[in-house]
Design a protein around this ligand. Structure first.
Ligand SMILES: Nc1ncnc2c1ncn2[C@@H]1O[C@H](COP(=O)(O)OP(=O)(O)OP(=O)(O)O)[C@@H](O)[C@H]1O
Ligand SMILES: [Mg+2]
Length: 266
């Protein structure tokens, strides 16, 4: 367990670190991530919503959310870019490196890593969805021994900079890199029902939990993107908590969402 597996034999793992937990990630979390990085080829994508909202409030700029996406005017984009790339990405990269993870901070414009298109400029402003991921660039970094840490910003074909929802960015990157696993690290230890963590849920059970109101708020877009990404190659998507060690005795702790195959992901 303590010896590293050769890079070429490892599975690809994409980890989304939620803005909800970024500044409260525990030392146990980082230590277990360092253990996990010996067994998987990892890529990290991070959010930063609460930090962006804080700065917008300090500057007296109003934000609105439309279906869970932040309406991104040019002024809001300027703040989102400053916070995601300048503050959150560098904070996280530095903490990862303090735990020996060889992290390199990137955003979607670096090396043209993420190409996107605008979703609906009129209603959402500068919010994009990912069209293309330069996965060979990520593969090159990983095989050279680095851990890519990506801020969810991208460029359109026309060269416009756009903001991408981090849950969706992680899902697109997982698809493009052929990741076997996708982890959403958040401020709860998994999907909770009556205060208890559910270790496993099928796509059908997830739909029921949404309908019955057990899953609400920020958990809805997260499980929706989880369902959209399940496929024969990405068999497992997990919701895990960043307050604790997420890797113990060789297994990842949290809720596993599995596709039973019979139910179409929506
Ligand atoms: N059934 C549920 N189980 C667990 N959490 C739930 C459930 N229903 C709703 N939630 C909420 O979902 C939240 C996690 O989603 P949220 O969007 O706030 O975090 P994040 O995605 O990690 O951060 P960010 O969106 O800033 O990147 C939890 O803190 C909790 O309040
Ligand atoms: Mg969220």
């Amino acid at each position: 367990m303590s010896k590293s597996m050769p890079v070429t034999e490892r599975d690809m793992l994409v980890i989304k670190l939620g803005g909800s937990i970024l500044y409260n990630l525990s030392p146990q979390f980082f230590e277990s991530l360092a253990e996990m990085a010996k067994e998987y080829n990892a890529v990290i994508v991070h959010g930063g919503g609460p930090e962006i909202t804080n700065m917008l409030n300090r500057l007296g700029i109003e934000t609105t959310f439309i279906n869970g996406q932040r309406k991104t005017t040019e002024q809001v984009f300027e703040v989102a870019e400053m916070i995601l790339k300048g503050k959150v990405n560098s904070y996280l990269t530095n903490r990862l490196n303090q735990h020996g993870l060889n992290a390199v901070g990137l955003c979607g414009y670096d090396a043209n890593l993420l190409k996107a298109s605008l979703i609906d400029e009129e209603s959402l402003g500068l919010v994009g969805e990912i069209e293309e991921v330069k996965d060979d660039f990520l593969a090159g970094m990983i095989s050279a021994g680095y851990l890519p840490v990506i801020a969810p910003l991208a460029l359109t074909e026309e060269g416009t900079k756009v903001n991408i929802n981090a849950d969706l960015a992680a899902a697109s990157i997982a698809k493009a890199t052929g990741a076997g696993k996708l982890l959403y690290v958040t401020d709860v230890p998994g999907i909770l029902q009556e205060g208890k963590m559910i270790p496993e849920a099928t796509t059908e059970e997830i739909h029921q939990l949404i309908e019955s109101g057990v899953i609400s708020g920020g958990m809805i877009p997260k499980v929706r993107s989880a369902l959209s990404v399940l496929s024969p190659s990405i068999k497992e998507v997990m919701i895990v908590g960043g307050q604790q060690a997420i890797f113990q005795s060789g297994s990842i702790q949290g809720t596993t969402i599995i596709d039973k195959g019979a139910v179409a992901a929506t």
